[in-house]
Design a protein around this ligand. Structure first.
Ligand code: PEP
Ligand code: MN
Length: 340
């Protein structure tokens, strides 16, 4: 922890900080610059850092308190220096493999799921997505088929062998979802639902954690740390667009987040251009950009009839458009040294 003193802080202020550090049994190191003095606190225990930072911040003459160690450690590169793959069933995500997860936004019927699963598998997807429980902005929009939707997902897996990625919104749905899902999706709106993160982490099933659209990369990584601290390191991070001032797209796909998260964590990183741009014709270019930026996988919404979709039809690719995208994904992946 580093304590930065204000430029007008007095010798007495500095002594005050040092006294407090002494009282707590921490060592210190004072560095006096021309403009200001910086005090390094030595030996502050990891778990208490946040509290201590807040307590020192209110002392006279203190401008800022900067923790040096990150508050995510289990998911950090310091824990595992090299990127680690996560398995969704038999599908590998990360570790040099580009995994494409595709399917409709919502599970709507058995037929829709089986048909989509066949089509995306044929085109090269390695896992099937589809929400049975849907977080909708309006309470009057289609809310998902719930338990019945989970059955249709299982039917599609039985038909095609594709493992399932599906969303859980609430702790009460967790058991039912975990029973069928090969990977549990925690959506953008629930990224900071810490009870859900903790309960999901206890199940030791792979989890795909989407970034909240108003969350910083650091908050996203700390949310992943919650899951890790509860018992599972099989976490896939998914950048799905953040809210900016731009209205040309639904959200803004933050590709820097892939690069920043790559530097910070060994967890696999997936990009979801569908929710980011919200317009089907803009999905392919951003999908390819994400592959070029080093994503380990893509999450793509595909619907056999986007014009009849009960949710996110405007951003859903037809099976034909998805197959065409996959051909380009292979080329870009190869160019950046990854394999589909
Ligand atoms: C989804 O994947 O269908 C979804 C609701 O995504 P997000 O949580 O990113 O909005
Ligand atoms: Mn959707």
């Amino acid at each position: 922890m580093i304590i930065i003193m204000r430029s007008d802080s007095t010798e007495k202020d500095i002594e005050g900080v040092v006294e407090r550090l002494d009282e707590r049994g921490y060592g210190h190191h004072i560095s006096r610059g021309e403009q200001r003095t910086i005090i390094g606190a030595i030996g502050a225990p990891e778990g208490e850092k946040d509290v201590i930072a807040g307590q020192f911040l209110v002392l006279p003459g203190v401008e800022r308190v900067v923790p040096i160690l990150k508050s995510y450690k289990l998911i950090s590169r310091e824990h595992h220096p090299r990127p680690q793959p996560v398995m969704i069933g038999r599908a590998q995500v990360g570790g040099g493999r580009m995994a494409v997860i595709a399917g409709p936004c919502s599970v709507e019927s058995r037929e829709q799921m089986v048909q989509t699963a066949r089509a995306v598998k044929e085109a090269g997807a390695v896992a099937l997505r589809g929400g049975a429980y849907k977080p909708r902005t309006s309470p009057y929009s289609f809310q998902g088929l719930g338990a019945e939707g989970l059955e249709h997902l299982v039917a599609a897996r039985d038909e095609t062998g594709l493992p399932i990625v599906t969303e859980v919104m609430d702790v009460r749905q967790l058991e039912g979802v975990a029973d069928v899902a090969d990977c549990i999706q925690i959506g953008a709106r629930n990224m900071q639902n810490y009870d859900l993160l903790k309960e999901a982490g206890r199940l030791r099933k792979p989890i795909m954690l989407k970034r909240g659209f108003a969350s910083t990369i650091e908050e996203w990584l700390k949310a992943a740390e919650y899951i890790a601290a509860s018992g599972t390191l099989d976490i896939i991070l998914c950048e799905r667009g953040i809210r900016t001032f731009e209205t040309g797209t639904r959200f803004t796909l933050d590709l820097s987040a892939i690069a920043v998260a790559r530097r910070e964590t060994f967890l696999p990183l997936v990009a979801d251009p569908s929710h980011a741009v919200g317009i089907a014709s803009l999905v392919p270019p951003m999908a390819l950009a994400a592959v070029a930026a080093g994503a380990d996988g893509l999450l793509i919404e595909v619907h056999p009839r986007p014009d009849q979709a009960l949710s996110d039809g405007p951003q859903s690719l037809t099976p034909a458009a998805f197959a065409e995208l996959m051909r380009d994904v292979r080329k870009v992946a190869e160019a950046v040294g990854s394999q589909v």
